[in-house]
Design a protein around this ligand. Structure first.
Ligand SMILES: [Zn+2]
Length: 321
């Protein structure tokens, strides 16, 4: 199955040296059993740990635009991208499946030498971090995420998530970074624009970006964004001095800097560098529709709110500010 065979370099990028070496041990010590070959070239199998515990593992493969996407699933506590998945994936490296004879010592020595070199190149001081920048647009423009790497001197350079497959020793990537970068590349991240975030995906992505502790608002001044407990969604009808009409907007309780129109909506509090989901008793479809409300004249706004209260069967439909 040449179209789905893996190279050692690809495995190194997916798992990092520690899980990969443990996986190699499991593979070479005969603690891996393939129970099923899947249609996409992936595998289902059992892997026994050194301690004798048996795990059910599945790996799925997808090649797209010269990149390989690997999904792993395991019933160990790690759940994915673990040493057990690495052990199973070694079956696919350069025809490992068809070659049942154990690799000779010379190959092993060579490989361990490569691993040693890799880890030596990763002196902590020489590595730069990946950082994520959440760019908030003007009203009505969805936020974008941009990826950069931070040099030792504090300067940042653009980083293309597609480069995650390059064997770049200068950039420190953990498992969360790898999975985020693969996803950004797959979703069509463009180096000049980044990736627009909205809907369910925007909410799920921001949660993972903030969890890295390396996601900043706009630029890297201040503290990185932290996940905060969910807040209540408030719907404001604010009087615009320019038009003399009431216009609806989403707010949080307590108030925040900006509400992102995700599903569910998320709040951004720039002063405390916090973000989190907003909760409301209003059905999601209705809260999205509310944002499209035309301006209401002062004479009409009371009647509009009464109609909303009746049809949404909720008192949360908004208040005047
Ligand atoms: Zn596992």
């Amino acid at each position: 199955m040449p179209e789905t065979s893996l190279s050692t370099v690809e495995l190194q990028i997916l798992f990092g040296p520690a899980a990969l070496e443990q996986g190699w041990q499991g593979f070479t010590e005969g603690r891996v059993w393939v129970t099923e070959t899947l249609g996409d070239g992936g595998l289902r199998g059992q892997v026994r740990s050194e301690e004798g515990e048996c795990f059910e593992v599945q790996v799925r493969l997808q090649r797209a635009r010269d990149r390989l996407f690997v999904q792993t699933c395991c019933n160990c506590t790690a759940g994915k991208n673990c040493a057990h998945a690495a052990a199973l994936l070694w079956q696919l490296v350069d025809g490992g499946c068809s070659d049942s004879s154990p690799p000779d010592d010379a190959a092993m020595t060579q490989w361990l030498g490569d691993i040693e070199q890799l880890t030596q190149g990763m002196s902590a001081a020489g590595l730069s971090d990946i950082v994520y920048l959440l760019l908030l647009g003007e009203h009505g423009v969805q936020p974008h995420v941009r990826v950069a790497h931070r040099q030792k001197n504090g300067a940042t350079d653009a980083y293309d998530p597609a480069d995650v497959l390059r064997d770049d020793l200068d950039v420190r990537l953990d498992g969360a970074d790898r999975s985020i970068l693969y996803e950004l590349a797959e979703l069509g991240y463009r180096p000049q624009h980044g990736l627009e975030m909205d809907g369910l995906l925007g909410a799920a992505l921001l949660e993972r970006l903030a969890a890295t502790g390396r996601c900043w608002l706009q630029d890297m001044t201040g503290s990185p964004l932290r996940l905060a407990p969910q807040r209540a969604l408030a719907i404001d009808w604010a009087l615009s001095a320019a038009s003399g009409c009431f216009q609806v907007s989403l707010q949080s309780e307590p108030r925040c800097t900006q509400v992102l129109n995700f599903a569910p909506p998320w709040f951004i509090d720039a002063s405390s560098s916090q973000c989190g989901p907003l909760e409301s008793s209003i059905p999601r479809v209705l809260s999205e529709e509310l944002l499209c409300a035309p301006p209401a004249s002062p004479a009409n706004v009371g009647a509009v709110m009464n109609r909303l209260r009746t049809c949404s069967r909720s008192d949360d439909f908004g208040h005047l500010t």
